[in-house]
Design a protein around this ligand. Sequence first.
Ligand code: 13P
Ligand code: SF4
Length: 346
Amino acid sequence: MNYALATRTTSLLPPPQSTTPRLAQAAVLYSRVRGQIPKLEWDSFADDAIAIERLKGEHDAIVLAHNYQTPEIFHGVADIVGDSLALAREAEKTSASVIVLAGVHFMAETAKILNPSKTVLIPDVRAGCSLADSITAADVRALKAAHPGVPVVTYVNTSAEVKAETDVCCTSGNAKKVVEAITREWGVDRVIMIPDKYLAANIGAETGIEMITWDGACEVHERFTPADIAEYREAMPGVAVLAHPECPPEVVAAADYSGSTAGIADYISLRRPAKAVLITECSMADNIAALNPRTEFLRPCNLCPHMKRITLGGIRRSLETMTFEVLVDPAVASRARLAVERMLAI
Ligand code: 13P
Ligand code: SF4
């Protein structure tokens, strides 16, 4: 399985008008999650999962889920799973009329920016992000005024208004490539890279390109420390330590590999380490552990409270009531789209 993108194009359930009894429908759906979720636990999710499958058919909807979603969403009802980059790419490509974004608000906004004519829903509007909250469009304008002629590279974990002030967006999966491409194109050796000070420092260290950054951080990844990594190595000798680049540079330096959530998952499925610890949000290890039975996982847990606002019941309600619709001012969206499309082109 390629975690950068896993797609289910057809529903496993019989058509909505089918008279197949609930138990049979539940059994069909359970086949998706067998091995990932114990049967008893799944029983409590089955009604919502059946309803979601039916509602997807009725509304011509798909569920896009980020790698940090809980297993019953990730394995149970998502049509497409992936990192921020894969979700943006798929949002651009889908022919479905309705996109339900099982992730945080900036991801839903990015889907809407790329698909102005489609209905984009987020099951809980409170699913924010400490990075997106750290910076405003006025902050970006001030940075540009202070550093004229320097390109602005903005992490997708930002609002549409911030993206609209941006030359090009990036995700953790393509940040290095984007920074290298834009500095070549502009003939410069520094960039304004916002709002994650740690991602900027990590990419600066990797590329040698000077970074003007912002004081933003991910509240989940900034909690990891080099002492944590030393502790994991002691607890599980020989463990492969895989860190997300939103972690502080000293944590990334102490790890064996750093990459986006898709990069981390691909590392596990391709290199198959005997033991691994993922220095990222905890649902990630839950989602990939069952699919990689030969790897033993140490599972420290830093939860993202925003990602955890999305639940199976919430996705069902979202499709039942067609809420909460994500809207972006068309003038802002068209400027933000340029920055996102420039990233996708790179
Ligand atoms: P990626 O899945 O793009 O690595 O992003 C991680 C993240 O923190 C999203 O909120
Ligand atoms: Fe934002 Fe961090 Fe949560 Fe991702 S994990 S949504 S970057 S707070």
